[in-house]
Each structure stands twice: as C-alpha cells, then as structure tokens.
Design a protein around this ligand. Structure first.
Ligand SMILES: NC(=O)c1ccc[n+]([C@@H]2O[C@H](COP(=O)([O-])OP(=O)(O)OC[C@H]3O[C@@H](n4cnc5c(N)ncnc54)[C@H](O)[C@@H]3O)[C@@H](O)[C@H]2O)c1
Length: 347
C-alpha cells in the first residue's frame, strides 16, 4: 500500500517534493494546499523548483484534492503523510498541528529559527502517533554519505581538516519575498548554512564551541547573509570550517563543495563537476580517482528513506527531531559568535 501524501506549500521546494513523490512508487500523491488562489485551482506554472518544471504531461495538479487551509488537509482521513514545504516561520505551528491530527510529518528544514520553538516541536513529536522527520537532506546526499563512511571507517586515516562551502545567488523567487526577511527565514545562516552545520554535527559530533564571523551584505537588512564558522573540537588537531552565503550576483547560480584532508588522501566534492568526488594524493596513486556514488540526490533519497520508515513502522533514525533542534541551537550559537566576535561554547 503506498503512503498517501499531501503537500502543503507548492513553491520552490513543494514542487521539488511533488516531483519526487510522483516518481517514487512507495508514495501516492493525493492532496495539496497552497494559499495562492491560482495554485489552489491547479495552475502551478511559473516560480522555481529544483528539478525545473518536471511534471510532464501526464500529471495534472487538478487530479489532486486541493484543500483550502493546511488544517483541512491535516483533517483529510485519506492523507497519511503531510509534507510541509511552507516558509520557515510557519514550520513549527503547522508541524505540531499536523502531528496532533495523527499524521506522519515531513517538515522542510530548518525546523525553526528559535531553539525554544524547535524544542516544543520535539516534545510534541515525542507524544505523537505519527513520525516527524525534518528534511536535513545533506545526511542523505550520496557523496556526503560516502564522506561520512570514509570518516567513520578511517579508511584514509584520520581527518586533518574539513572545509565546506555553499554559495548562492540571492534568492528572489519566494512568496512575498519571505526568505529575505531575517525574522521569517533566519537569513542565509539558518536557511542555507544550516545544511553544513547539521552535517558537521552528524559526521564529527558536537563541537565544544564555535567561532563565527559574518555580515549582512547585500541581501537582507539585519540578517546574516554570509558566514564563516570554525567548529572547535576537543581534538585540537581537527580543523572543521564551513562558509556559506547568498550574496553572489544573479548569474552565479549555486555551488556546494567540500575538501577533506585525511592522513592518506584528500577528498574533494564539487556539485558542478561531472565526477563529483575526486580522491587526490591517495598514497601510492599517481592520478586522482573519481569516486562513484549512486546517481541520486539528497531530496529524493531522504523521502525514499522516510517512506520506508513509515511502511515498516520504524521511527526515522538518520535524522531525528532532536537532531533538527540541535542544529538550530548550533546556528544560534554561531549567530551569537558573529554578534560578540568571540568563540561561543556549544557542548
Ligand atoms: N532542502 C533544501 O535544499 C531546500 C531548498 C529550498 C527551500 N527549502 C525550504 O523549503 C521551505 C519552502 O521554501 P520555498 O523556497 O519553497 O518557498 P516558496 O516561497 O517558493 O514557497 C512557499 C509556498 O507556500 C505557500 N504558502 C505560504 N503560506 C501558506 C499558508 N499559510 N498556507 C498554504 N500555503 C502557504 C506560498 O503560496 C508558496 O507557494 C523553506 O523552509 C526553505 O528553507 C529547502
């Protein structure tokens, strides 16, 4: 029996999720909700979406039940899984309401930009019948899964340094421009850079402290549009850094990279390169080796994993609600460090 899915928020990410559900045989897309009357009527043309307009001719949004409000969708007895792709400031309330209606909930990241609010959702999820998973997609990205395994297995020896970089043009597509309002999105720190903060916790564990610098730059007023953070570990010889920002000019697009120097090899990932992961300077090897990973992406694979969890009655463990709240807390520590220009203790 496929999992019956309702998507709330048919914007950039909602359309990306719709496309994934349509292609995954474990899901049956049955309903959606969007406050925009045009979208509610089934006209989803225009706007962004990570996979472009990939619906094909066979899919007609009018074939889905269009609910007037998110709560109507939560009350729909023929929906098992509510997929929340709303603007960030609406995540916590709607996640709690959907859990209270007995649904499984996939909520886009970040869970919140406020630790207390995130913790309240974690508490609601503990009591809920449905499973909550926050879409921290880097934990599922094939080349990032490969890196995690390489670090944990010590196949190439210990890690000396790990540098993560994520840059984007200023996002301009969102509904009412919510993303460039720091109170609504947490700006690039909570929207973009949290991908790396969360992944760093996942692979290297909790840092003792963070030391960050950042600025508002061109995109928002009062937000952090560009940040550089050093994650300080008890092991002083481990250097972990992440830099992220969305101040780049419109033609820049998007880049996502890592360079990890192990004792016996260097791994370099570039989303925009044909061979995305290169292993360089591997002891004894004369040429760089291209690492082969499955041809997929973190969005499709996180949803596939979550559908499997629901089908088998297993709570998602790769990323838990508590993990999502901790990553919000880490970003908040980074924000404090930017403001104070001092290292801030974390764990
Ligand atoms: N995981 C990723 O890589 C990734 C990438 C992009 C965005 N996101 C996240 O996805 C979320 C959505 O971002 P987006 O870029 O799709 O935003 P968006 O502005 O493109 O889409 C939001 C949609 O929600 C609808 N909406 C707003 N309020 C509503 C309400 N009360 N009821 C029903 N519909 C409502 C809007 O009409 C719009 O269609 C954000 O939290 C963002 O951080 C994640």
């Amino acid at each position: 029996m496929p999992v019956r899915v309702g998507v709330v928020g048919i914007g950039f990410m909602g359309k990306t999720h719709v496309d994934i559900h349509l292609k995954n045989g474990k899901a049956q897309l049955v309903a959606f909700c969007d406050q925009d009357p045009k979208k509610a009527a089934g006209d989803w043309a225009g706007g962004g979406g990570n996979l472009g307009d990939a619906f094909g001719k066979a899919f007609d949004p009018k074939s889905l039940r269009s609910h007037k409000t998110p709560q109507d969708l939560f009350n729909d007895p023929n929906v098992d899984l509510v997929d929340i792709c709303l603007p960030t400031y609406l995540h916590a309330k709607h996640t709690v309401d959907a859990l209270a209606a007995g649904k499984h909930v996939l909520c886009e990241k970040p869970l919140s930009t406020d630790v207390k609010e995130a913790q309240a959702v974690v508490n609601a999820a503990k009591k809920a019948k449905g499973f909550l998973m926050v879409a921290q997609c880097m934990r599922f990205w094939p080349e990032w899964e490969w890196l995690k395994e390489a670090v944990k297995s010590k196949r190439y020896g210990k890690v000396h340094s790990a540098v993560f970089r994520r840059f984007a043009s200023t996002p301009t597509w969102t509904w009412e421009n919510w993303i460039l309002q720091p109170k609504k999105s947490g700006s690039a720190l909570f929207d973009l850079h949290i991908h790396d903060s969360d992944y760093i916790r996942y692979v290297f564990g909790e840092p003792k402290a963070v030391f960050s610098t950042g600025n508002g730059g061109k995109a928002t007023k009062g937000g952090i549009d560009h940040i550089v953070t050093q994650y300080l570990y008890a092991n002083k010889s481990l250097l972990v850094t992440a830099e992220g920002g969305w101040n780049a000019d419109p033609t820049y697009g998007f880049t996502m990279r890592y360079t990890v120097v192990f004792e016996n090899a260097t791994a370099d990932f570039d989303l925009g390169r044909a061979g995305k992961v290169l292993l360089l300077h591997k002891k004894g090897a004369k040429e760089a080796e291209t690492v082969s990973c499955r041809a997929s992406n973190g969005w499709a694979d996180e949803i596939d994993y979550y559908l499997d969890c629901i089908a088998s009655g297993r709570r998602p463990a790769i990323t838990t609600p508590a993990d999502a709240a901790e990553s919000v807390a880490l970003c908040q520590a980074e924000l404090k460090s930017v403001k104070t220009r001092k290292p801030v203790a974390f764990k």
